[in-house]
Design a protein. Sequence first.
Length: 311
Amino acid sequence: MRESQDEPGPQDKPAFEAVLPASGETVQLSPLVRRRVAPNGGPFTASGTCSYIVGAHEVAVIDPGPEDAGHVAALEAACAGRRLVAILVTHTHRDHSPGARLLQARTGAPILGCGPHRAARALAEGEVAHLDASADRTYRPDRELGDGDTVTGAGWTLEAVATPGHTMNHLAFALPEEAVLFSGDHVMAWSTSIVAPPDGAMSAYMDSLERLRTRAETTYWPGHGGPVRDPRRFVRGLAAHRRQREASIRARIEAGDRDIPAIVGAIYQGLAPGLRGAAALSVLAHLEDLVARGVVVSDGPPRIEGRYAPA
């Protein structure tokens, strides 16, 4: 799930791609990887959720997508003649994980990957989880994978890489045979990802970005949009973008803005009304981090309705 049309300045700007993969067709991306995009395109999902089929004889499906019987049937058909050994899930948003149950019902393959949905923190008194409807709280894997755990098939290995932040249970999956990473919603080529408290946390997201900078993969296949090329440079750009966003928020607070609507109005000028909620949650994620670091103070636990001031 994307954040919003949230543009950094020209320096270190991530080179987002405007061309999106089409839904409704299964495409061979490499000797070991095929992709099918679910028909759930929209302002937060690009052209749809990318489901990946890994392997030639024994296969795994990564992120079967939303609860869409037609998409899941197409994934099953794409696996015909091969043994489906695992259904892998990066995280528990409804555009990624519900299809796993449908595909398991059709094939009997085990569901592996992230653990059940969990929040970064408890709700503050009177706080509402604004993206609660996007969480798949009925997801339960047959085997929860931890950082470094592997799943293998004929000719391939998938290694779980813990990347909390977008959600706290988020995993990416590395495929060393092709030096690629299935990056879920942590890193995408078409947009930044939303970090929305209480489900996500900015400090964890930034730590996960930093961790990916030390890895050797040459391409990322994300949960939405096309491939991330030159990922180390791209990840540096994403981190710079977030630091620049933080600096803009601090500047608005120094200038006298005291609440999130005022900050959003000042730094997201021209934003479509339908994306203002996502922008507000992004600002909240940054403010949580700033309060925790003692840079900003708030009138109680950080929340959408809170008041903020310089420390």
